[in-house]
Design a protein around this ligand. Structure first.
Ligand code: DGL
Length: 295
């Protein structure tokens, strides 16, 4: 049984400031959102790193995928998702979606200041730069993330002589959402996306999973990658960065058990079935509250 939907009609105005206040209550939850279940790979790392924190996670399953949409639409969707989390009172907002981080981070920071907002692009770039010795870094992500060049900028800000090769892999999102994470079909699609990239840039030693849906494909990707290529993603580095940021602000919760509240905008049954794989532990449709963000 799903709980009653929260109705919040009307598009978010991207220029409007919210009435968010500086969070000082460390018992408040951390808000996390993604277009769907992908961000649960980030939530999993956040829970491992921050076991005493309360999390409220929103997957915008009704509007997935974000990766093929325009920056304007992704920004509007992101503001609507964040509005709901902010109204529920959170002490930190984590954008567990590369596509939304790439296009909407500034708009979210501006709208919710002084509420702190963290995206996954900077932590992902940090992980890739730390892993690479050849400074030839491949980035696989959604069309939207690659098109905007956010990873290119973030990596080159750290390693100005790096070469960053981006490859959109839109079908990986569908495979991951379908729960098809291993086997010949996934490997064939991975080869189709990656072979040309590695043929043209044989010195790539690090492949950054620039989409929060992709970590569940790690096993299949490992089968098609050349020896010695390291796979990195932003989940762990985001968790470490968040821990530091909470500590610096005196917002780290250390004294009580943590918890997770799960929200989605459509289909609690599917969210639970596929999401359990991403979160790394089973949960049921009754654990998912369906919310309405308005269109
Ligand atoms: N999880 C999103 C990301 O990290 C992508 C999925 C989508 O296209 O909505 O970019």
């Amino acid at each position: 049984m799903t709980r009653q939907a929260e109705v919040d009609k009307g598009p978010a105005d991207t220029r409007q400031r919210s009435a968010a206040t500086e969070p000082s209550d460390r018992s408040l939850p951390i808000g996390v959102f993604d277009s769907g279940v992908g961000g649960l790979t980030v939530l999993r790392a956040l829970r491992e790193q921050l076991p005493n924190e309360r999390f409220v996670y929103l997957g915008d399953t009704a509007r997935l995928p974000y990766g093929t949409k325009s920056p304007q639409s992704v920004t509007r969707y992101s503001l609507q998702a964040a509005d709901l989390l902010v109204r529920r009172r959170i002490k930190y907002l984590v954008i567990a979606c590369n596509t939304a981080s790439a296009v909407a981070l500034d708009a979210l920071r501006e709208r919710y200041a002084p509420l702190p907002v963290m995206g996954v692009i900077e932590p992902g770039a940090h992980a890739a730069c730390a892993a690479s010795t050849t400074r030839q870094i491949g980035v696989i992500a959604t069309e939207g993330t690659i098109r905007g060049g956010a990873y290119q900028r973030a990596i080159m800000a750290r390693l100005p002589d790096a070469t960053v090769i981006g490859q959109p892999c839109s079908l990986f999102v569908a495979l991951a959402e379908e729960g098809w994470t291993t086997g010949p079909i996934v490997e064939a699609i991975a080869r189709r996306y990656l072979d040309a990239m590695f043929d043209q840039h044989p010195a790539i030693d690090t492949l950054l999973l620039g989409c929060t849906h992709f970590p569940v494909l790690t096993e299949a990707l490992g089968k098609v990658l050349r020896e010695g290529v390291r796979l990195v993603d932003s989940a762990h580095t985001t968790a470490v960065a968040l821990q530091l940021a909470l500590q610096e602000r005196g917002l780290l919760r250390t004294d009580s058990p943590g918890s997770v509240q799960l929200l989605a905008t459509d289909n609690a049954e599917r969210f639970a079935r596929v999401g359990s794989l991403f979160l790394g532990e089973p949960f049921a449709r009754d654990d998912v509250e369906i919310v309405d963000l308005g269109w």
